[in-house]
Design a protein around this ligand. Structure first.
Ligand code: 3UK
Length: 545
């Protein structure tokens, strides 16, 4: 496969794609994945929609405004013109920084229409992390919400490649909105190749320097034409909502790309903690929700305070969905959560199940258009029933921006996600652990997340993390860090009760020999448990003792 004629003037990112030999295989197994050679994703999502007569349809909502598709197109075109007048050319990287709101979506589609490459950043990133992203991506332009300006300015002093910062949502005379007002008229989308780069998503990465995952214009459509179209199956009358930041591709897909692809609407929330999310669902009668397992758990605990009866579908991703959480959500809200495993490298969800295809406890089956298998240590495919390394391929795959870790994620054409899984005889995939969250204790292989599930099913437990803790006798023991529900007190009696509960739920040798009650657990900005931090803490404590 060769790259088609790129529309890029700035070839920095194109030239830093990994060598072809370490690309994953790309497969286009469905008729809907046969994209034309030239394609601009923002044009498809917006201009084509408006041209089809849907301009007046409801598109983006927040608590203050509701934009139609035509209004989003208008904002997009104005921003694209402002960016062009700032010197942005096709192939340049443009950094975006804002909480989830309609303007952030307009900025995102404007960068795409310009044929530039969009790099949306997590609002909580600190200057040090911003410097890494800006330097690695050689990012010259940024649009930044006034409320997040200070950290970006601090980063700029150490990353001088960032020369132009446009401030949005502020009151300066040269702010983005003032400049947009003076830039009326349509903006013709740049005629990008289907495989021109559209976005670089930096991984939330639980450790180490961020990796830039590079994705094409056609990839933006491919995630909807696989997971959304075949598993989620939303309708144009749906109202999407959820918590993940648009910088996290889980949120980008669920809150922007999926609704826009079918002419549906999306509710964007700057603050989307579990309670705010529930309130918003109730107020706007949202029908499809994207959030993490812990948020569903927290929402279930507040079921009496808010009415979310409008909700028809809930997608859970980012971490394994504990069976106890699935059951709780079914009991409280009457919906069968759609669990799905996705990754920044694959852009969105590649194994999932909905409706009567769900097998509780399993993640699901490969999404149509995706192939999945389990690899042994030697790289050979394992038969059903054996635990090994999850490997997938589809129309999208891992292409890190100039990163030696490319050859760790891609092996023999497969994307190897770093998760231990098993496939059963019916082709369902069962999550075991992140490959590095397997605990080896007294010679047994124990999955930390499996023990967490058992602990979580105890009625006093709100949250739990299970890691290996150094031990004289057994090398490591299974240790549970437990956050209790309000009103519970963490004493020896309760620790014992939790241990007995686990022994009754799963094989007794897996029970946590150590239990520590804590008030909170370390998490990434995308809500993932940082087990490595607890592991490290245990190693340090043991070294001191
Ligand atoms: C873990 C899961 C079990 C798994 C993501 C949906 O999470 C996303 O991307 P990241 O790059 O992390 C990828 C890793 O997260 N994981 C995600 N979902 C599940 N483990 N069950 C799940 N349902 O370790 C995976 O390798 O942050 C999720 C869509 C887009 C995404 N970027």
């Amino acid at each position: 496969m060769t790259l088609s004629q790129s529309a890029f003037v700035d070839r920095f990112a194109l030239d830093r794609l990994p060598p072809r030999a370490v690309w994953p295989d790309l497969i286009f197994d469905l008729p809907e994945l046969a994209y034309p050679a030239r394609l601009n994703a923002a044009k498809v999502l917006l201009d084509d929609r408006v041209a089809a007569g849907d301009g007046a349809r409801r598109c983006l909502l927040d608590d203050r405004t509701a934009w139609s598709y035509a209004e989003l197109q208008d904002r997009t075109d104005r921003i694209a013109q402002v960016l062009r007048s700032e010197g942005v050319v096709p192939g340049n990287r443009v950094l975006l920084r804002a909480p989830n709101n309609p303007m952030l979506v307009a900025q995102w589609s404007a960068v795409l229409k310009l044929g530039a490459i969009v790099v949306t950043t997590m609002p909580l990133l600190r200057p040090r992390e911003l410097v890494q992203v800006i330097t690695k991506g050689q990012i010259s332009h940024a649009i930044c919400d006034a409320r997040l300006e200070a950290d970006l300015r601090a980063a700029q002093t150490q990353a001088p490649v960032l020369r132009h910062i446009l401030i949005a949502n502020g009151d300066a005379a040269d702010g983005l909105e003032a400049r947009m007002a003076a830039a009326p008229g349509r903006f013709e989308a740049v005629d990008t190749a289907a495989d021109d780069l559209a976005l670089i998503a930096f991984t939330s990465g639980t450790t180490g320097e961020p990796k830039g995952c590079m994705h094409f214009h056609r990839d933006i459509l491919a995630i909807t034409d696989t997971f959304s179209r075949h598993v989620l199956q939303p309708s144009p009358d749906d109202l999407f909502c959820g918590s993940p930041p648009l910088a996290f591709t889980f949120g980008l897909g669920g809150l922007v790309i999926f609704p826009l692809r079918i002419g549906a609407a999306s509710l964007l929330l700057e603050n989307a903690g579990p309670e705010a999310l529930m309130q918003a669902i109730g107020r706007h009668r949202a029908t499809v929700c994207f959030t993490a397992p812990t948020a569903y758990r927290a929402m279930a605990a507040m079921k009496d305070r808010h009415d979310i009866g409008s909700l028809k579908k809930g997608v859970s991703a980012g971490e394994a969905l504990p069976l106890a959480t699935r059951t709780l959500v079914k009991d409280c809200f009457g919906i069968d959560l759609i669990d799905g495993i996705g990754s920044t490298e694959m852009l969105h969800i590649f194994i999932s199940a909905a409706g009567d295809q769900i097998r509780p406890g399993a993640t699901g089956k490969p999404v149509p258009g995706i192939r999945a298998t389990i690899l042994g240590e030697d790289g050979a495919e394992l038969p059903p029933g054996q635990v090994g390394r999850l490997a997938v391929k589809g129309p999208i795959g891992c292409r890190y921006l100039e990163d030696p870790r490319q050859s760790l994620y891609v092996e023999g054409g497969w994307n190897v996600t770093g998760d231990s899984y098993l496939m059963d005889a019916d082709g369902y995939f069962w999550f075991q652990a992140r490959s590095d969250d397997m605990i080896i204790s007294a010679g047994y292989n124990i999955s930390g997340p499996e023990v967490e599930q058992a602990v979580l099913s105890h009625p006093a437990v709100a949250e739990c993390a299970v890691v290996a803790s150094p031990d004289q006798e057994r090398t490591f023991v299974v240790k549970a860090f437990v956050v209790l529900k309000p009103g519970q007190s963490g004493d020896e009696g309760l620790a014992k009760a939790i241990q007995n509960h686990v022994k009754a739920e799963i094989a007794p040798y897996k029970y946590p020999r150590a239990v520590e009650f804590v008030t909170s657990l370390p998490r990434t900005e995308t809500g993932k448990l940082q087990r490595f931090r607890l592991r490290q803490q245990e190693l340090e404590r043991a070294a001191k003792a």
